[in-house]
Write a protein that binds this ligand. Structure first.
Ligand SMILES: *Cc1c(COP(=O)(O)O)cnc(C)c1O
Length: 425
């Protein structure tokens, strides 16, 4: 089944009108819920999930959304209702999945290099699909907890395929020098020694080579190495039910024409091509690709200030609301919600936080804006709210989900009482 890509969710219905998410004006939302405000398009998230599901429709598969990209309960529910599973990296994320969609517990895979006994117990009790185990020590702990709870544990070794993925060094994970996974050359031996343990079931193998990877080629290369391991294991009498290709497919943050369907098709072909001899279930763990472009952070311009040669546009959103530019030198397109006449200027767009790292853009040509105007930071649906903090005692933004002509508050703005609640004087 082919799909025509729908327009970007954030658009101007008519020239000169306010920027909309679907059928809803961001001006209306800012008036109703205040700023800074995260706005997400439910339609786009569902559409992206569908692209992966269609691309893998020819075989047994499960799309496990990486919860850490955006863990809003309403988004988890939206995805669970459409058949998605989940990739979690903490007990807290499992609690979120159980709160949003308890019926999806059996579609959860648990990744992460440092799982505690308590987290493992929670996941064993919930009956998750698979533990992606990242060390021999973790496998021993998993076996001990499974024995204690008298529940057999399905595990996959997260192997490190030693594949280089061209992305920011903080989000590259597939090289031997990274902390993630088990050297693929040691995996066979570990599967063999686990075979004697009645509380462990060798269920799968997983990889995750990094994030924001724009080319399909490293995914294919990693899967080729995994495919070889799967064949070796089969030869040794260990037949895996799942291969988990991880997440990491990147998007375009620069506002160019982006054919998501073509990207997904290319990616799916690369990983499936390398697994031609495996007829078990294929798992993937996309995070960013599902939610990034569905979201924007809407902020209000507080001041436009000149310091010497530089012009600073100061917004009411800051690095505590969206840390990606400060953390990864990430680029987000910034557009006025209601364009006004006037020449574009080269400016820094910054927040009020007391850090020079508190910027959204530097030396950026920005359309003319005045104090009081609204701007939208685009492609902020992934690793935006999820990485937000209360730094500078700032309250986290509210979040709104747009479904067709309807907008729904899915998280209210934090209050000072929320922030003070855990403290003891
Ligand atoms: C972060 C992560 C993902 C998701 O990565 P994206 O780049 O958001 O697709 C998937 N799997 C694991 C194990 C991760 O750590």
């Amino acid at each position: 089944m082919t799909q025509t890509p729908s327009p970007r969710p954030f658009h101007h219905p008519q020239p000169g009108s306010a920027l909309h998410c679907g059928k809803v004006s961001l001006e209306t939302l800012a008036r109703r819920y205040g700023t800074p405000l995260y706005v997400y398009s439910a339609e786009q998230i569902a559409e992206r999930l569908n692209l992966f599901q269609q691309a893998l429709a020819g075989r047994s598969h499960l799309v496990c959304y990486a919860v850490k990209a955006n863990s809003a309960l309403a988004i988890l529910k939206l995805l669970a209702d459409r058949g998605a599973g989940f990739d979690i990296v903490s007990g807290g994320e499992l609690e979120r999945v159980l709160a949003a969609a308890p019926e999806a517990a059996g579609r959860v895979v648990f990744s992460g290099v440092g799982k505690t006994a308590a987290e493992i117990d929670l996941a064993l009790t919930a009956g998750i699909l698979e533990f992606n185990v990242e060390s021999e020590a973790e496998l021993a702990l998993l076996a001990a907890r499974a024995r204690k709870l008298k529940r057999s544990a399905r595990f996959a070794l997260r192997v490190n395929p030693d594949v280089f993925a061209d992305t920011h060094p903080y989000i590259s994970t597939g090289l031997r020098e990274h902390k993630f996974g088990i050297d693929i050359r040691q995996a066979l031996g570990i599967y063999k020694s686990a075979a004697g343990n009645r509380w462990l079931e060798a269920h799968g193998v997983s990889v995750h080579i990094g994030s924001q990877i724009r080319s399909a080629q490293p995914f294919g290369k990693a899967m080729e190495r995994v495919g070889k391991l799967v064949a070796q294991l089969k030869h040794e009498g260990i037949e895996l039910k799942c291969v988990d290709a991880g997440g990491g497919l990147g998007i375009d943050y620069h506002g160019g024409a982006f054919d998501a369907a073509a990207k997904v098709a290319e990616y799916a072909a690369a990983i499936q091509g390398a697994l031609a001899n495996f007829d078990g279930r294929l798992l993937i763990e996309p995070g960013r690709f599902l939610v990034a472009q569905a979201g924007a952070l809407v902020a209000r311009v507080l001041t436009v200030k000149r310091n010497g040669k530089k012009t600073f546009v100061i917004t009411d959103a800051a690095m505590n609301d969206l840390i990606r530019p400060a953390l990864y030198q990430a680029h987000h397109e910034i557009v006025p919600v209601r364009p006004r006449p006037g020449r574009p200027r080269v400016v820094d767009v910054v927040g009020p936080v007391c850090e020079s790292g508190d910027f959204f853009a530097r030396d950026r040509k920005l359309a003319h804006v005045e104090p009081g105007d609204l701007v939208a930071l685009l492609d902020a649906g992934a690793y935006g709210m999820a990485q937000s903090s209360n730094y500078n005692t700032r309250m986290r933004p509210a979040e709104v989900l747009v479904e067709g002509a309807r907008a729904r508050l899915i998280r209210r703005r934090e209050t000072m009482a929320d922030l003070l609640a855990p403290e003891i004087l």
